[in-house]
Design a protein around this ligand. Structure first.
Ligand SMILES: Cc1cc2nc3c(=O)[nH]c(=O)nc-3n(C[C@H](O)[C@H](O)[C@H](O)COP(=O)(O)O)c2cc1C
Length: 216
């Protein structure tokens, strides 16, 4: 049982710098920006990778990774297929949770909020910047639907390469962005002896952020 042994032996202590209510930014977006910069500087692999939780209309949760493609006052943006499982769930129930983990810094950030689609202009602009093969793949993949086998995917990819021979590959209508508008942020800093720092920001319906500390 090598895995069980590994799990039992891997009792890592966390040793991050303190995170204190008195020093954090009043605006969680600024705090997030600082931490993202730290993660980039620390060369965390894929610092923009975020676990995205959605919920179906009958209350079943699901989670998967996406890549955060932007964040600012308007929210946190990622791109996907609107007909995928997550796409349908977000259209049915426009709320989501996100979690980013930066192992090298012993840090986690969680966000929660309402979700909306990005404008078609915004999705077009982002799609246009993607490499040609990624654009073709967006056409070829009916994301989250069952396919007969790998050969079908490869065939569809070829078909769309032939359909769009030049650089100009239009954005498929069912592909685009979602924007999470956080009303909750939590910054988690791993600390020794499992006495981690957790700073919570909540805004409710106002634009003013309340800051509190949670037990680890
Ligand atoms: C690191 C990482 C980043 C990913 N980024 C995206 C992304 O930005 N958009 C996306 O649609 N899928 C992305 N995926 C794939 C998703 O995790 C998932 O397999 C896919 O979107 C289908 O999810 P769904 O069936 O729940 O809709 C990523 C996977 C990994 C491991």
């Amino acid at each position: 049982m090598i895995i069980q042994k590994h799990i039992e032996e891997l009792r890592r202590d966390y040793s991050g710098e303190p995170l204190d209510e008195s020093i954090v930014e009043r605006d969680p977006l600024l705090q997030f920006g600082k931490w993202m910069e730290d993660a980039v500087r620390a060369e965390v692999p894929e610092p923009h990778a975020m676990a995205l939780a959605t919920v179906s209309s009958d209350g079943n949760p699901s989670v998967r990774m996406v890549l955060l493609r932007g964040f600012d006052q308007s929210g946190f943006v990622f791109y996907t297929n609107y007909n995928s499982r997550k796409g349908k769930e977000l259209i049915d129930k426009p709320v989501a949770g996100g979690s980013l983990f930066w192992h090298e810094l012993d840090r986690q950030v969680r966000i929660e909020g309402k979700v909306e689609k990005t404008s078609s202009e915004e999705s077009d602009a982002y799609f246009a910047r993607r490499p040609r093969k990624s654009k073709i793949a967006a056409w070829a993949s009916n994301q989250s639907n069952e396919i007969k086998g790998r050969a079908e995917l490869d065939r569809l990819f070829k078909e769309f390469e032939e359909r769009f021979p030049g650089e100009e590959v239009p954005r498929p209508g069912n592909w685009g962005g979602f924007r999470i508008k956080p009303t909750i942020y939590e910054f988690w800093q791993g600390r020794p002896n499992r006495l981690h720092d957790r700073i919570l920001y909540t805004s409710g319906n106002s634009s003013k952020w309340e800051i509190s500390r949670l037990a680890p």
